[in-house]
Design a protein. Sequence first.
Length: 342
Amino acid sequence: MMTATIPHDLQPAWDLAGAQVQAKALEVALQKRLFEVLIEPQTVEAIAQKLALTSNKVSVWLELLWSMGYLEKLEESHFGISVTTQRYLLVDATQSCAQAVLFRLQTLRQFGEQFESLLSNDATTASTSDISPAWAQAAKAQIFEEQRAVTVPALERILSRYKALDFDPNKPLHCLDLGAGAGLISITLLQHFQNATGVAFDFPATADVAKQHIAEAGLSKRLAVQSGNLNEDYPTGQFDLIWCSSVLHFMDRPQQVLQRIAASLAPKGYLFLLHAEHSSDQQQAAKVLPFYTPMMMKGNYLPQTEDLSRQLKSVGLQVLQSEWLLDFPMAPVRLYLCQKGG
C-alpha cells in the first residue's frame, strides 16, 4: 500500500483557512473564561452546564482546543488545562498573557477584515500623538502582560549572555529605557545592576503607568521617569546603557532618533537595540510580516535586513553583536549590541 509522505503544495493555504477557526476557538475560550472553569478537570457536560452551552457542541470545541495544545484529556472523559495554559492563559496567573493574547487575536482579525479596503486607501501613518492614549491603556494591559511574561525573561537571558560588558564596577551606571511602556524593563535593569540609576521614557500618560510600577518596585529614588513624544523630545542626560525595543516603527525620522541615541551615549556606552526586520529570507519573513503588515499598511517603518546595521554605523556606533531573538512577543526581532567609541 502506497502512503503519501509529503504534504500537497496547497497545504499551507488550507492551514491558513483552518487557522481562522483555531483563532476564534481560542478567542471564545478566553472571553468565556473557559480555562478558569477547567482549573479543576471537568466533564463535557459539566463544562456545558457551567457556561450555559450545548454539550455536543462544547465537546467539539474542547477537542479542537486539545488538538491545539491548550487542553489535556484526562481519565473518565475529563478535560483539564495544559501546562502552557496554566502558566500564561489563566487571568490570575503570575505570568498571565490572557488579555494580551485576546487583544492580538481581535486586532489582527479586525485588520484582516479591513485588508481589501486598505489596498485602495491612501491612509498615512497615524501621528504619535494619536496613538498616545491607546498606548497608555496598552501599558496597563497587554504591554504589561507581555513585558512581565516574555520580554523581562528575554532581557534576563540577554544580560546573562553579555556578562563581559566592560562597565567599571566602581562607577555608578546610568541607564535609559527608551519607550518604557509598563516600565518593567527599566525595573529589571536596575535590579540587575545594583549600582545603577536610570530613566524610563515614554508618552506622558504611559510614563505615568511606568511610574506607578517603579514605585511599587521601591525604585523611585534610583529610577526617574521622563515623558514626551520621541519624534519631538528626547530624554535629558548621558547614559552608559540604553535599551530601545520596537520604538523606531513609530518614528517619523528613525535615523534622527538613532543620532540622538548615539549622542546621549557616554563614551564606551552600550546600546541594546531590538527591532523586527523585513528579512530577505522567505522563511524568516514569514515569521515577521503577518504581525507587521498592519503597521506597514499604515505607513509605519519596518527596516530591511542590514538597514539598521548601516544606520548604526553611520551615527558612530560599533555593532559588536547581531542575532535574531525568537523568544520575543509575537515575532522574532534582531538584537543589535552596539558600543560608542571612547
